[in-house]
Design a protein around this ligand. Sequence first.
Ligand SMILES: Nc1ncnc2c1ncn2[C@@H]1O[C@H](COP(=O)(O)OP(=O)(O)OP(=O)(O)O)[C@@H](O)[C@H]1O
Length: 401
Amino acid sequence: MGIISTSDTFPLLVVLNPSSGPKQAQDIYTKQVLPALNTANIGNQLIETTTQGHARTYFKENIQQILADLCQSLAAAVASNDRGPAGDGVEPAPPTSATLRIMVLGGDGTVHEIVNGILEGLKGSAFVSDLFRPRVEFSIIPAGTGNAIATSLGITTVQEALERFLAGNSTPMRAIQVSTPTPTVAAAAESSEAASNRKTWEPRLYTVVVNSFGLHCATVYDAEDFRILGNTRFKISALKNVVMLKQYDARIELFGAVQKYDRDLREMGVVSAATETDGSASVTLLGKFTYLMLTKQASLEPGFIPTPLASTSDDWLDVLAVQNADRGQILKVLGLATKGGDHVGLETVEYYKAKAVELETPTKDRLCVDGEFLDVEGGAGGRVRFEVVSDPNIQIFHVYR
Ligand SMILES: Nc1ncnc2c1ncn2[C@@H]1O[C@H](COP(=O)(O)OP(=O)(O)OP(=O)(O)O)[C@@H](O)[C@H]1O
């Protein structure tokens, strides 16, 4: 885990996860990425991950040094320009921002780790303030299993990803803040009423793809047992969970402005224009959930489009809820979701856009957050809040589109 050396032309950081998806990342790097970068004269530094959590730890430990080196390299470039014939020799002002480019040869899990590592490493530091704030631009070379972020941007091949990177157009990649109640408030929360008045939350992590509860979460969880089957493990696991279909008890509250998909008009309609002021929810969904997703991506893998109107670059959270569905109904939902996203027209599907969502389960349960698992305690003290916060020190990520 070396620190990036200082240079006038700061290298593109290439994070390669050799175990992503069909394990082709190394080959893709050697045969396609490196030749393209060399042709374009783009220096790069390879960071090859060796274990789960490596990318997260690497960026947590090194991001401040990386940005310090990046700033020094920028300042050196400015100074050498100023020393030219037209320069006045005045010391250049320190940079107020710097763009760090990271290319990921891997899947969404690797991007999730890098985002969380960077935010953990920058938290409370001078590198995220009104005086200086980095801009992190991701180029995602789809080498994972789902490749949701790339797929949602219409990038399904290595060549397309390289072309988008070289074209240099990026769009914000908003992160969802996942928070739990602060411990003291959690202890005091004895009822849902108390919970709805709660105001203090502790950010636990950030997600950029999908948070799920119920069938989708169970499918991702059980897929680990079928890892030997490669990419088909998700299909086998989904089948298992549909055969042994369970309903999952929860209370879901949508806060602030809320939109709901209108099946007749085939577009979102306003349910509530409210901003969250008094702590009361705009929409509450109670009871048994078969399937629940809170996402920032339209597509989770090529062809599978559960939240077709989601956008990585806005501040909405797309919420797809299927309640109390039987096997036939959920198979129909999943079938249509893999055929262009027409499931949102089914009566069993509720599709919302919300500004913030809280989830509470009556007993201990599990959430899937970008492929990681979060155990939640039952009751108000175990609530989890999801929100695309507007904090500029969090929303520093962009992705080439
Ligand atoms: N060398 C390694 N060996 C084993 N696991 C690794 C290694 N490097 C990284 N990982 C882990 O591999 C996991 C999956 O990575 P990644 O998301 O890139 O691929 P994927 O799961 O196949 O794709 P997707 O998330 O798009 O479905 C990550 O959680 C990461 O921590």
